[in-house]
Design a protein around this ligand. Structure first.
Ligand SMILES: [Zn+2]
Length: 285
């Protein structure tokens, strides 16, 4: 015996079907949005968020101020991703690790990557004990350990030994995705740039994160010519006390013909790489 379906019930069924259809169309559009995003937040120090085509979040450094990175990262949360899939701290200078420690305290973090250099700084000790408390695995990287995180390939080029200077202990990655290469290396200075130039690794990149916030300690001409990117990003917060970036360095980058974008001028800077490998640039103050 079948019960006759009333007009009201038909409407209910129709409404439910429409709702399901909209939901699946939304899911399809969401997961087919297969752009790769490399976003440098406007902070003092470095804080770079990688958004993978499958919508995973990888954070490289967290800037110096705890509240700034939390506010910015909260805005990046989506219904499908509320966690940090990998947190990389390139080295233990405050303008890189302070915000990262705050992220570790307030966000679910799946895994952590640190350079092989250890530190006596309190924030480093606190960072490690927080990771232990939360059972987050910590991996110490050197240049023999390449990574594949969420289908993105990270070739690790530094450190190759324990360094006296924190800056030179920075984790350096050549990131490969969507047929493009991104070079990012914390605060490495001239001596590491020279070491990399002498190695047999190709440094050629499409996008370069300028080292050490455009300080005169880094970005020698030969290194810029070897990476020879179309674009570069200089992360130098408006409130930085060191007057980064140095005019001399900015001029050197411009004279080579690299299109250099500076967070101090543009705000948060995003480079979006679509599946065809086109690079689009956006910024937001
Ligand atoms: Zn720095």
């Amino acid at each position: 015996m079948y019960k006759n379906i009333s007009k009201k019930e038909w409407l209910m069924i129709f409404a439910l079907e429409t709702l399901f259809l909209c939901f699946f169309i939304y899911l399809g559009v969401y997961f087919l949005n297969s752009n790769f995003v490399f976003k440098a937040f406007h902070v003092v120090g470095d804080a770079i968020l990688i958004k993978t085509p499958q919508n995973h979040h990888i954070l490289i450094d967290g800037g110096i101020k705890n509240d700034v990175i939390l506010e910015k990262l909260n805005k990046e949360k989506t219904y499908f991703n509320q966690e940090v899939d990998a947190l990389v701290v390139t080295h233990t200078d405050y303008d890189h690790i302070n915000g990262a420690y705050s992220v570790l305290k307030h966000f679910p973090v799946k895994q952590i990557f640190l350079p092989i250099n250890q530190s006596n700084k309190q924030v480093y000790i606190d960072f490690l004990s927080e990771a232990q408390k939360k059972n987050v695995p910590v991996y110490y990287l050197n240049n023999t350990q390449d990574l594949k995180l969420k289908n993105i390939y990270f070739e690790t080029l530094n450190p190759n030994k324990i360094e006296k200077k924190d800056n030179n202990s920075s984790i350096v990655f050549k990131i490969k995705t969507q047929n493009k290469t991104i070079f990012t290396g914390g605060d490495i200075e001239k001596s590491i740039e020279k070491e990399l130039l002498m190695s047999d690794v190709s440094l050629k990149s499409d996008l370069l994160k300028i080292s050490h916030h455009g300080s005169k300690t880094s970005s020698i001409e030969d290194f810029l010519l070897a990476t020879l990117p179309t674009y570069s990003i200089t992360s130098a917060g408006a409130e930085n006390p060191y007057k980064h970036p140095y005019k001399e360095v900015v001029d050197r980058i411009n004279n080579i013909g690299i299109q250099n974008k500076i967070t101090k001028e543009k705000g948060d800077i995003s480079f979006i790489i679509n599946p065809k490998g086109d690079i689009l640039f956006t910024s937001q103050k």
